[in-house]
Design a protein around this ligand. Sequence first.
Ligand SMILES: NC(=O)C1=CN([C@@H]2O[C@H](COP(=O)(O)OP(=O)(O)OC[C@H]3O[C@@H](n4cnc5c(N)ncnc54)[C@H](OP(=O)(O)O)[C@@H]3O)[C@@H](O)[C@H]2O)C=CC1
Ligand SMILES: O=C(CO)COP(=O)(O)O
Length: 307
Amino acid sequence: MTKSVVILGAGAWGSALATLAKANDHKVHIWSRRSSRTLEKLVEDADIIVSAVSMKGVRDVVSQLQGLPLSPEIIFVTATKGLDPQTTCTPSQIWQEAFPNHPVVVLSGPNLSQEIQQELPAATVVASNVTSAAEVVQLVFSSNRFRVYTNADPLGVELGGTLKNVMAIAAGVCDGLQLGTNAKAALLTRGLTEMVRIGVHWGAKQETFYGLSGLGDLLATGNSPLSRNYQVGYQLACGKSLTEILTHLQGTAEGINTTKVLMLRSKQQNISMPITEQVYRLLQAEVTPRQALLELMLRDIKPEYNE
Ligand SMILES: NC(=O)C1=CN([C@@H]2O[C@H](COP(=O)(O)OP(=O)(O)OC[C@H]3O[C@@H](n4cnc5c(N)ncnc54)[C@H](OP(=O)(O)O)[C@@H]3O)[C@@H](O)[C@H]2O)C=CC1
Ligand SMILES: O=C(CO)COP(=O)(O)O
């Protein structure tokens, strides 16, 4: 059945999601701050509102929508991979708090938007506490080039896509320093352990991190120069300053803010996150890439599990 889909955010990801829904013959409108059409007009007959704005815009768009008369049937989909710097909340928690009577669906997976726009095949996950809502969203986006799975752990799916951005920065550093394949495998594997450690403590399910939105997205962004987070790490390793990198970066690298939020949370909750800590110190220019590497290599030796 044809759905009316409003996509908030005309950036790289909002545009790619619009392409996918349009290809399935849904009625799609993209809204951005620069749109000539008002948000009120666009959401008038919406069935689904997809938020693809970067983290810094989430609270803005939520509060704009809160002031509008919305159909109680509307499903919200959040595709943002970030954390709120003030509260450490995930975007879906912000949406759900603002709209407690609407279903909220998280969409996350290994989905580099440029590849999707090139019509290369990809897979993703839509997760919600309301299974029927996740299934509606699954149908809207599924096609022979975009395979969509449902999942009942929205927090885990959201954190998988969000936490991996920190590891994508680290992976970029690893490649920028030309540390080789063994180092990269070690980094991504221990990075996943770190994601699981904090994610499970947060309330997510461990197995979710071994799926598309955790391991899958870690492999995609940790190995692709298309990832903005990877690009940040790579260029830091090549000696550029963060300010210099951000001046020329196309789009948003959410991992920079996410690293700060994670450091705060891991300190408050006494959770060991050594890779995140070195990425943080590197972003703050407190260590060089080589010093960060040595710090990680020279940590106390220990068993692989039960740290
Ligand atoms: N690109 C990708 O491959 C993927 C990205 N994501 C995630 O999707 C999110 C968006 O990424 P992406 O599209 O690449 O980023 P871009 O930088 O390309 O776009 C960011 C979008 O957010 C909007 N925005 C920012 N602040 C505000 C605000 N205060 N009010 C309204 N809109 C705002 C921007 O609007 P404006 O243009 O007006 O500035 C723009 O539309 C990120 O969280 C990212 O991690 C997830 C999967 C894949
Ligand atoms: O999350 C992404 C792909 O799944 C996009 O990664 P970047 O934000 O690092 O470009």
